[in-house]
Design a protein around this ligand. Structure first.
Ligand SMILES: Cc1ncc(COP(=O)(O)O)c(C=O)c1O
Length: 372
């Protein structure tokens, strides 16, 4: 361990996850790798490259700036900017030769006024965020995109609100609304790319696949249903490690950390691991996580502070200065998943990896071979 904290990302795992997801798809259905939010914390450019190596043919982001930096890094694949764009952001997206998403006629006119670009029309089939709820308006937007000078009607899309909840029938309501709208549109414009599915929908029902699936979380080997990724043959690509920087005895009645939220009830030893909420290890894990040291789970005790966490390593101490500490990942066959941390914090795995902050360096490898 040469740095206090490190997120190491196995690009070969991302590549294999894409291959594995593509096995779900019918011939002719393409995979779009969603690498917004810096590749869900994994690094957008390396994640995009690994996904393309695994057979993805599209890349999606949310911000125009994300598209610009992917192009600057030499990514040549089609890029879809899925988010809402201000006028200046639209300039950036179009300059990056990215496809953009429209749901009103003014936006299509703004694309035309800038010399044109490729537009995907979004129907809000039930998510209630972006897109129009009105199928007739969505069709008018699409017809305008098809006819406006310089503009190309490239796609039609929607986004599911409950694909990850397999008991929720709303998924099928959305699918029905989208299908009713997109069927005639596709007849009129057979060249359009029709897409709806996120990772959960991709794994849930092939009826949602259409021409393209937009998979984010699963390409990183994280489970869209919040369960153990291994059960769906997904390989977590990211490991989060730190090290034992100090070990000290703590006598019965002595406390550790801010607010004295751990008081030893028997004499023990506490190992200090220099990673904290300033790195993205959230304070909600106070007295509520485990960390792997020497292949064993050790309880995180006391308050997570900005720069350190503390572990109960017992008496005699089962850790020494210099030992590796794994917060997410595997050590000697034992695993701690982002899904476990998410459960403990009552959140989702997405937030665990997106929440890793810039202070944590990312390093890249392919099954252990340096790929930085
Ligand atoms: C519009 C849209 N499509 C696709 C995705 C990818 O979703 P997931 O990471 O669940 O696969 C997202 C991410 O939230 C999204 O906002």
């Amino acid at each position: 361990m040469t740095v206090r904290a490190l997120a190491s990302v196995n690009l070969a795992a991302i590549e294999r996850n894409v291959v594995r997801l593509r096995r779900e798809l019918a011939q002719g259905t393409a995979l779009c790798a969603v690498v917004k939010a810096d590749g869900y914390g994994h690094g957008a450019v390396p994640a995009a490259r690994a996904a393309l190596a695994g057979g993805a043919t599209w890349i999606a982001v949310v911000a125009a700036e994300e598209a610009r930096s992917l192009r600057a890094a030499g990514i040549g694949a089609p890029i879809l900017v899925m988010g809402a764009l201000s006028p200046s952001e639209l300039d950036v997206a179009l300059a990056a030769r990215a496809d953009v998403v429209a749901w009103d006629e003014r936006f299509v006119a703004a694309v035309a006024a800038r010399g044109g670009g490729a537009v995907h029309v979004k129907l809000d089939s039930g998510m209630g965020r972006l897109g129009t709820r009105d199928p007739a308006l969505a069709t008018r937007v699409a017809e305008l995109a098809a006819s406006a000078e310089g503009v190309r009607l490239a796609g039609a899309m929607t986004h599911f609100a409950t694909a990850d909840d397999r008991d929720d029938p709303f998924f099928y309501e959305q699918l029905g609304r989208f299908g009713d709208w997109v069927g005639p549109l596709r007849e009129a414009h057979p060249q359009i790319v029709v897409h709806a599915a996120n990772s959960a929908a991709t794994l849930r029902d092939a009826a949602a696949h259409f021409d393209l699936v937009r998979t984010g979380i699963a390409i990183y080997g994280l489970d869209p249903f919040g369960e153990d990724p291994v059960a769906r043959q997904l390989e977590p690509a990211l490991e989060l490690c730190s090290w034992v920087a100090a070990v000290k005895p703590v006598a019965t009645g002595e406390s550790v950390g801010y607010g004295r939220r751990f008081v030893a009830t028997v004499s023990t030893h506490v190992a200090t691991v220099p990673i904290g909420y300033g790195d993205g290890v959230r304070r909600a894990l106070t007295n509520n996580a485990e960390v792997l040291v020497r292949g064993e789970r050790r309880r995180l005790v006391g308050t997570v502070s900005m720069d350190n966490v503390t572990l109960d390593v017992g008496d005699p101490p089962a850790a020494a200065t210099g030992d590796a500490a794994v917060l997410i990942g595997e050590q000697d066959g034992k695993r701690i998943t982002a899904e476990e941390l998410a459960r403990r914090m009552d959140t989702i795995n997405y937030e665990v990896t997106c929440g890793l902050l810039a202070r944590v360096p990312r390093s890249y490898h392919r099954d252990g071979e340096d790929a930085s």
